[in-house]
Design a protein around this ligand. Sequence first.
Ligand SMILES: Nc1ncnc2c1ncn2[C@@H]1O[C@H](COP(=O)(O)OP(=O)(O)OP(=O)(O)O)[C@@H](O)[C@H]1O
Length: 257
Amino acid sequence: MTTVLKTEDLRKQFGELTAVDDVSIEIDDSEITSIIGPNGAGKTTFYNLLTGVLRPTSGSIWLRDDGEGGLADITDAEPHEVAQAGLSRSYQITNIFEGLTVRENVRVARISHEGTRLDFRSRAAGDEALEVDIEELLELTGLTDIADTPCDTLSHGEKRTVEIALALAIEPDVFLMDEPTAGMNPTEVTEIVSLIRELDADLDATFVVTEHNMDVVTDISDRIVVLAEGAILADGTPEDVLTDDRVTEAYLGSDSV
Ligand SMILES: Nc1ncnc2c1ncn2[C@@H]1O[C@H](COP(=O)(O)OP(=O)(O)OP(=O)(O)O)[C@@H](O)[C@H]1O
């Protein structure tokens, strides 16, 4: 068990409103952790803090540092620096190039990741390896059969899977999945859940999921963290958390799950 991501007293104020209220959490690499909570609980703000999209009012964020074997402080990192440090997030289709095929999208994501690491000459030498990486990624995410399909003709579920492939193209240590089943039909939900399981088994990446579909949360999580009014209300196994009266109350007190 190794901590891959940690926050210490992480806080975000919007004026008088405390959206994230001194959250301290350690994410372990051996577990799929779901972060759930009623509407307005602070999940999106928490993700935005982790990925450098928002600056915290106070507190700190730490990510596993491969070079040092410890944790690196990424509190002040910009989004691209956070991604480069190994924290990837699925962006709900918004970063797919609709006019390109699935393979071309994966290639662009992969090259832009490589491009931040390698100079031009070593990148050219690595072209063959790049193509192998792309095919592996397509295979891993079950996209090989539709690799040559333009993305603007894909179903919603297929686009969400492409988005997962793009997030994985940066070889993350930690993968934040933002409502992976949102907008999906029941068949697509079943498929994406088994894909998440397979990826978790096949990859070194640690999965952290926010999700409104409670069946999915129960199904894939080893650990559930419940946020309510910006603070951690409950933290434990699905059995413990989903039978916790305080969690039921928090959800009943909101207009929706
Ligand atoms: N940019 C902002 N300026 C002011 N208030 C904000 C801003 N972003 C979020 N909030 C407020 O912070 C609180 C937490 O919002 P957030 O979107 O993080 O919750 P959430 O758990 O992701 O909700 P949902 O499940 O509905 O997406 C809410 O009260 C929201 O209105």
